[in-house]
Write a protein that binds this ligand. Structure first.
Ligand code: 5GP
Ligand code: MN
Length: 331
């Protein structure tokens, strides 16, 4: 897939104009919201409230529990439908409208702000920038355009979005802009070690045991470049953990020098799987995810698939190996 990037700031400026004109906002993001989803939404919510706007933040699923310590996160509404879409609905960090999982948003004036490749441009206004390392970078830009000062709350959420969506500053999407924004956040009073401790060092023991159990049955392909890991409900239960506790696990195999990509299978039901993929450098796992109706980014993507574990592992290993070979061959 080619990377289409809207560096043209006219859409951003139109969005700022529409925001100034309107009063009541509903902010949403994708199902199973991650740090970028929550960070982008909350940075925007605090900025809009600073402008005197009325804001509701509505997601289909609960925020990740380590994020509950950050300002405003506990007030996020979890609902599968909204009856009143306000004067505008701002959807951030969501490539496809259906991925909000919230019904009724389509009746509003929809503003789509996102950085996922393959965004379906579902809004009345669509601002898409695949070069942004996190959607939070785009939100930061818009907040500046709106003339809102960088408060500690906005700085915290912007930084959470960037820290989590870059895989702790690992992915190739990072740019000088990423660090420039982080610098401004630190100058506004953000405390990076405190944020890192809240996100990465606040886990329960069940999670650590689950990591151990899942990693101990990791499989490597013959070349040692592709790791496969998987989890089912029984394993999670036996370790005293939950599926939510596997967040971040997928990144660990990549700490091995030779491992170039990881695929992680989570059993949802009989022959029903959620699949997450991660890769290094130019290896494109997004193209594999999109073949199965999912999406994401070059180095981090996901999808759902049905089939037996044996069938699906064989299929995904083949597809990801093709991507690894492409890069090794310099194609
Ligand atoms: P994760 O593997 O952490 O669930 O997701 C990695 C990246 O891929 C995130 O940017 C996420 O939004 C995206 N992603 C994961 N699953 C899907 C999916 O089913 N559809 C789409 N469009 N994107 C996904
Ligand atoms: Mn993101």
């Amino acid at each position: 897939m080619t990377t289409t990037t809207t560096t043209d700031t006219s859409v951003r400026d139109r969005i700022a104009e529409e925001i100034r004109k309107r009063q009541r906002f509903v902010l949403s993001s994708h199902v199973r919201p991650d740090g970028d989803a929550i960070g982008s939404q909350l940075a925007m919510a605090f900025a809009l409230r600073h402008l005197g706007k009325t804001v509701r933040v509505v997601n289909c699923d609960m925020p990740p529990s380590p994020m509950l310590v950050f300002p405003g996160v506990a007030e996020i509404e979890v609902a599968q439908r909204v009856d009143d879409p306000g004067d505008a609905v701002i959807i951030m960090e969501c490539g496809d409208f259906a991925r909000t999982g919230v019904a009724g948003l389509d009746r509003g004036f929809v503003i789509n702000i996102d950085h996922h490749l393959g965004n379906t441009m579902y809004g009345a206004l669509n601002w898409f920038d695949a070069s942004a390392a996190a959607c939070g970078e785009m939100v930061f830009d818009l907040i500046q355009k709106l003339g809102v000062p960088l408060t500690p709350e906005i700085a915290t959420h912007t930084y959470v979005a960037i820290l989590t969506d870059t895989g702790s500053f690992h992915y190739s999407s990072i740019s000088s802009r990423t660090f420039d924004i982080c610098r401004q956040c630190v100058e506004a009073g953000l405390d990076p070690p405190a944020v890192a401790r809240s996100i990465f060092d606040s886990n329960n023991l069940g999670r650590l045991k689950l990591f151990g159990a899942v990693l101990s049955r990791m499989e490597l392909d013959a070349s040692g470049r592709l790791a496969t890991v998987w989890v089912d409900r029984a394993l999670a239960r036996n370790c005293g953990g939950t599926y939510e506790d596997t967040e971040g696990l997928i990144n660990l195999p990549l700490t091995v020098k030779e491992i170039q990509a990881v695929v992680f299978f989570k059993e949802q039901g009989p022959d029903d799987w959620r699949i997450s993929m991660r890769s290094k450098g130019e290896i494109d796992v997004n193209s594999v995810a999109t073949e199965f109706g999912g999406g994401g980014h070059k180095n981090a993507a996901g999808c759902s698939a049905t089939g037996t574990f044996a069938e699906l592992t064989a299929l995904f290993r083949k597809k990801i190996t093709e991507q690894i070979d492409k890069v090794s061959a310099g194609v």
